[in-house]
Design a protein around this ligand. Structure first.
Ligand code: C5P
Length: 222
């Protein structure tokens, strides 16, 4: 039987950085489910699908195939045969993704794929609803969070590192808060800590500290 680790939490808590490191150390496959939702948003933006129209979304979802591939250990998300990984991290896609991911048709389209990946292999899957909906039987569940100010600052520095200085700290704080609000208050699969998840607040912790903490939690469970 495969061992599954679920990591959930709000934007900017450090999920993908930490999850990638932990997965590498444990030799687990890292599945970034946010990237799958983001690829769907790329499709909807390109095809001008009205994301408030459930029937149009259902029809669009039937035309979408999402696959994951790994290049030098890095997850790539493939949308209808095209690697769209370079296009999924823009602010426009982030906002569209959080609107879209509240829609039943979109969530249904990804749920089975995510469960199948976790059945086949040891995975560390990160997202918003992994511990609560996708893998309710995951052997280890982590809820990774940090204060809104710490999360906004991290995103701000990430943009600067990529050479993008077009976003102010205030703008990032506002867009993160909007995304949290939508992700936590939507009807289906809202972001929330699973009852059996371990809460890890990374506001004052470094990457290495969080990584070794999660690995020690895994050692206790395995
Ligand atoms: O994790 P990331 O910031 O890339 O996720 C982008 C958006 O995708 C989130 O704001 C959320 O709306 C959505 N998402 C989701 N369920 C997941 C993963 C991501 O609704 N399991």
């Amino acid at each position: 039987m495969s061992f599954n680790i679920a990591v959930d939490g709000p934007a900017g808590a450090g999920k993908s950085t930490i999850a990638r490191k932990v997965a590498k150390k444990l030799k687990f496959i890292y599945v970034d489910t946010g990237a799958m939702y983001r690829a769907m948003a790329v499709y909807m933006l390109r095809s001008h699908v009205d994301c408030t129209d459930e029937a149009a979304l259902e029809e669009a979802c039937r035309k979408i195939s999402i696959e994951l591939a790994y290049e030098d250990g890095e997850q790539q998300v493939i949308l209808n045969g095209e690697n769209v990984t370079p296009y999924i991290r823009t602010e426009e896609v982030s906002q569209m993704t959080s609107r879209l991911s509240a829609r039943p048709a979109v969530r249904a389209a990804l749920l089975n794929l995510q469960r199948r990946l976790a059945e086949e292999q040891d995975v560390l899957m990160d997202g918003r609803d992994i511990g609560t909906q996708v893998l309710p039987d995951a052997q280890l569940k982590i809820y990774l969070t940090a204060s809104p100010a710490a999360r906004a600052k991290r995103r701000y520095l990430e943009y600067l590192e990529k050479g993008d200085n077009t976003h102010s700290l205030e703008e990032i704080e506002r867009t993160i808060a909007e995304r949290d609000e939508r992700d936590m208050n939507r009807e289906i699969a809202p972001l929330k800590q699973a009852d059996d998840a371990v809460l890890v607040d990374t506001s004052d912790m470094g990457i290495e500290e969080v990584t070794s903490h999660i690995i020690s939690l895994y050692e206790e469970k395995k």
